[in-house]
Write a protein that binds this ligand. Structure first.
Ligand SMILES: Cc1cc2nc3c(=O)[nH]c(=O)nc-3n(C[C@H](O)[C@H](O)[C@H](O)COP(=O)(O)O)c2cc1C
Length: 399
């Protein structure tokens, strides 16, 4: 018989080891062995349906891999037009982040992430995929009222499947916002792999070790940019509007940042599920966690830089590099998290005509020949990251 025990962590545990339950939002929810409530419900189904036999070896298998890629604020800003031998990828401009992403630069990075997953899934599903990317500058791309074609995959059938080791990592990759182990450095061969991703002269990856002078500049930029975003009312409102605080909101929207993926301690997570907190409290917690957990425990931080951060193909390419880096890290057991606040401030100061202090500050880390478009941290985390919700294929495929 199942025996329920209430312990000090407010966690109900069954007599058997297999099933754990946590009291959350007044309801019992599945939990891991530490009592942390696990995300559950149909909004998480795309993580297991992505390689369902019903779509395997069809173009829909590539789309299903694409939709579980990283993307800004889990806005999932994509639409796909699918035929037997091509997939068009559109920027769904209705899902833009407003003042957080005024040039839809991050949106294009997110499209690049989806494209990388789709290309990774092509071989194992019996396709060779050729990528064409729309040219131009994001600065001129002011359209926000209809989807915009960003890229096309041309698919050719091959006999049999061409395996790709990163394919297996697609459903296991999650953004990890928990504390990392500061004393455990990612190995040299990971650093070499990471730097080699930028070997073509158009992309460069910079890595900053804890305690180096450049790392101090990186950390200060991230903390001060977080403060600047919180102080900028349109920015923080455009960010907060995507936050999904309850299971009901997650089920309704199937997108956005959630409590479960926020990297909170078990106690804080259960508390936050039980009692709703004010936006101001949540923003203070974000700043505190950024400074005292995410930066303070990361052995390595990094930047992905391009020649022109507003060049559309470069934004898509940088997104592809992030996704590849994340799939590879997943196979190695290395945790990653973007920390893009300083670059978001570069966009914002440009949009508002507030000068270029943030751009100059970040250029201090890369040199003037490069423009950082993505910032992140890396390390080993004792805590497994949770999945975030995703919309159904039917929501993102255009007829
Ligand atoms: C362009 C881009 C910018 C992002 N910026 C941040 C960030 O600043 N902080 C953060 O914690 N996550 C950031 N993320 C991660 C997304 O929030 C995450 O990919 C999304 O919520 C989906 O979750 P998943 O990666 O676990 O599937 C970013 C992702 C992308 C692609």
């Amino acid at each position: 018989m199942t025996q329920l025990i209430l312990d000090r962590r407010n966690v109900l545990r069954t007599g058997g080891a297999a099933l754990f339950l946590a009291l959350s939002g007044g309801m019992l929810r599945a939990a891991n062995s530490a009592g942390r409530p696990l995300p559950e419900g149909d909004a998480y189904a795309p993580w297991s349906l992505w390689s369902d036999p019903s779509i395997r070896n069809t173009p829909m298998a590539l789309v299903a891999a694409g939709v579980i890629a990283a993307n800004p604020h889990d806005t999932q800003p994509w639409l796909f037009a699918v035929t037997e031998d091509s997939i068009e990828i559109y920027a769904d401009t209705s899902r833009h982040l407003g003042a957080m992403d005024p040039y839809i630069r991050e949106m294009h990075l997110g499209l690049g992430c989806a494209i990388e997953n789709m290309l990774t899934a092509a071989g194992p599903n019996g396709y060779v995929a050729e990528l064409e990317v729309a040219p131009g500058s994001l600065v001129d791309l002011t359209e926000r009222s209809r989807p915009i074609l960003a890229a096309r995959l041309r698919l050719t059938r091959i006999a049999g499947a061409a395996p790709d080791p990163r394919y297996a990592a697609i459903p296991a990759r999650h953004t990890n916002r928990y504390a990392y182990d500061l004393a455990r450095d990612p190995p040299q061969d990971w650093r070499e792999f990471t730097r080699a991703l930028g070997a073509d002269g158009e992309i460069k990856i910079f890595l900053f070790d804890a305690a180096s002078p450049q790392r101090q500049l990186f950390d200060e930029s991230v903390v001060e940019a977080t403060e600047a975003i919180i102080a900028d009312k349109p920015m923080i409102a455009d960010s907060d509007r995507w936050f999904r605080a309850s299971s009901r909101e997650i089920d309704a929207h199937r997108d956005g940042p959630t409590l479960d993926a926020a990297g909170l301690s078990t106690f804080t997570l259960i508390f936050a599920h039980l009692f709703s907190v004010s936006p101001e409290t949540a923003q203070r917690a974000w700043l505190d966690q950024t400074r005292n957990v995410q930066l303070a425990t990361a052995p390595v931080a990094g930047l992905i830089a391009v020649r022109d951060r507003y060049d559309r193909p470069s934004a898509i390419e940088a997104g592809r590099i992030w996704q590849r880096l994340h799939l590879d890290a997943t196979l190695r057991g290395i945790a990653l998290q973007p920390l893009n606040q300083p670059i978001e401030m570069i966009d914002r100061e440009r949009q508002t005509g507030a000068g270029s202090a943030w751009a100059r500050r970040v250029a201090g880390l890369t040199g003037e020949d490069w423009q950082a478009t993505f910032a992140f941290r890396a390390g080993y985390s004792p805590t497994k990251a949770s999945a975030s919700p995703r919309r159904r294929l039917g929501d993102v495929v255009r007829s």
